[in-house]
Design a protein around this ligand. Sequence first.
Ligand SMILES: Cc1cc2nc3c(=O)[nH]c(=O)nc-3n(C[C@H](O)[C@H](O)[C@H](O)COP(=O)(O)OP(=O)(O)OC[C@H]3O[C@@H](n4cnc5c(N)ncnc54)[C@H](O)[C@@H]3O)c2cc1C
Length: 264
Amino acid sequence: MYGFEYSKAASAEAAAQSLKDDEDAKVLAGGMTFIPTLKARLAMPTQVIDLNSLPELSGITVTADTVRIGAMTRHAHVAADADVKAAIPALAYLAGNIGDPMVRNRGTIGGSVANADPAACYPSAILGLGATVHTTERDIDGDSFFTEMFETALQEGELIKAVTFKRPDAAAYMKFPNPASRYAMVGVFLSKGSDGIRVGVTGAAPYAFRFAAAETALNADFSTQALENVTIDPDMLNTDMHATAAYRASLVLTMTKRAVDACL
Ligand SMILES: Cc1cc2nc3c(=O)[nH]c(=O)nc-3n(C[C@H](O)[C@H](O)[C@H](O)COP(=O)(O)OP(=O)(O)OC[C@H]3O[C@@H](n4cnc5c(N)ncnc54)[C@H](O)[C@@H]3O)c2cc1C
């Protein structure tokens, strides 16, 4: 680990200002990704600003139409929250199947969404539920949040404060986990609500995407049979040591069918 200055954030806005003043400063959330990155000397920040001192960034608010989750809310909190379980059970299920107990007890939704790992679970729910990402600067439509592998619409010095998910009529998250890390080899978050069908896919491509062909077919006929003639181009998917693009294409369709079954 390289040396750096450590400080506790006084507020989200103050932390964001510090990032604007020093382009080599970084914020720390759960540390599940950031600390190993520091230990491996893959990052050399001048300052590390700890968001764990800001309880106002934590917590869950459920209304008739939405579920709002503060950026510093741990995955274990989302998984166990009775109001989330009642409002969007698939979201609580997603959080409860992230990594292992250590990761769920430390990792946060803000860190996960900002990090935009191509195999992370929450990005599929952001797209699959039509979420909004609230930052220190603005509200960002979830559909335009993930832009490249590990890249998002966040600008320099912009911090995530919370994420608001729309409550669907029905939803399901189906994940084919990597057996070692539990990250998604492929994860599909499907919802049925006032906007029609939304299908968010993670793990398959460089960044999470909406499966438009499946949404069109399912809006016409919400059944697994409607997906029989739907295909996905493997050329847009990842091949790595865990799976080929062709295998991931097959998994995307299988997980989408399982999600439809679960909703029905
Ligand atoms: C063994 C293991 C297994 C895992 N399995 C899964 C899995 O199955 N599914 C899954 O989805 N994830 C998985 N993860 C990822 C984990 O859930 C965390 O979400 C992830 O590590 C980042 O969250 P964090 O709170 O730890 O953020 P940190 O590691 O503290 O930060 C990550 C990055 O985000 C930035 N950041 C943090 N908070 C904010 C904010 N509010 N605004 C702007 N930028 C911010 C930091 O500066 C840093 O660059 C796994 C991680 C590990 C180590």
